[in-house]
Design a protein around this ligand. Structure first.
Ligand code: ZN
Length: 225
């Protein structure tokens, strides 16, 4: 998206290349997700059998209809031109980022209208600093979604997408549901995030219990003996 040398109009991979990637993933009984923006490249990825379109800032309504019909996922990242926008060393990269981000409103409209399965992503990899902003990014989803829609997307719906990796699924129990035997990633929030999603932007203050994989990492519910 913001690399220095490949313009936003190019589709890059050919159908043969993408098909080969999908074929190899299928030998591992898993699926392919692709970080892609150009609409033609998204169409080629769908032709090849890619299951998840990450970013997709230039998805057209026609492509959204196709994704819905074929059950492909859109993994969206709530990037905006705000205080959390990444900074780049070159004007070229900055301009590319800006021209991607302005398309997001339209893509949300097309995907909502046509019922495209949508996942919440952050694109935060390998960076503890940006990972700390995940809650803040989730709260930003209020621009387009109700708190319930955003929370369901980040938990239950994302889990449905991850399930596509079949036997490569590293989780022992079901994800994104609260029931006996499910994978216990649980958060207790001081307040009602269905009414105020801004609570998830401040985990330090709002999250009074954090359980990951059945283990407690934070518990302010326990009173002193
Ligand atoms: Zn990406």
């Amino acid at each position: 998206m913001t690399t220095l040398y490949d313009p936003l109009d190019v589709a890059e991979y050919t159908l043969a290349e993408l098909s080969a990637i999908v074929e190899v993933a299928e030998t591992w009984n898993t699926y392919v997700a692709i970080h892609v923006n150009t609409d033609a490249a998204i169409q080629t990825a769908l032709d090849a059998g890619v299951k998840s379109i990450e970013h997709g800032f230039f998805i057209t309504e026609e492509t959204a209809k196709r994704m819905a019909a074929e059950g492909a996922w859109w993994s969206m990242q709530p990037f905006m031109l705000d205080e959390d926008a990444p900074t780049f060393e070159s004007d070229f990269a900055t301009a590319k980022f800006e021209s991607c981000v302005v398309g997001l409103n339209s893509v949300v409209a097309y995907t909502k209208k046509n019922g495209v399965k949508t996942a919440f992503g952050t694109d935060s990899l390998f960076s503890p600093e940006t990972s700390e902003k995940q809650g803040k990014l989730l709260a930003k989803m209020q621009k387009w979604y109700t708190p319930c829609e955003a929370l369901k997307m980040a938990t239950h719906d994302n889990a449905q997408l991850l399930k596509l990796c079949g036997p490569r699924d590293p989780y022992v129990g079901d994800l994104g549901v609260v029931r006996e035997g499910a994978w216990a990633d649980l958060i207790v929030v001081d307040g009602n995030p269905l009414e105020n999603l801004d609570l998830v932007a401040d985990p330090e203050e709002s999250f009074i219990v954090i359980m990951k994989g059945g283990e407690l990492y934070k518990n302010r519910l326990v009173s002193a003996p």
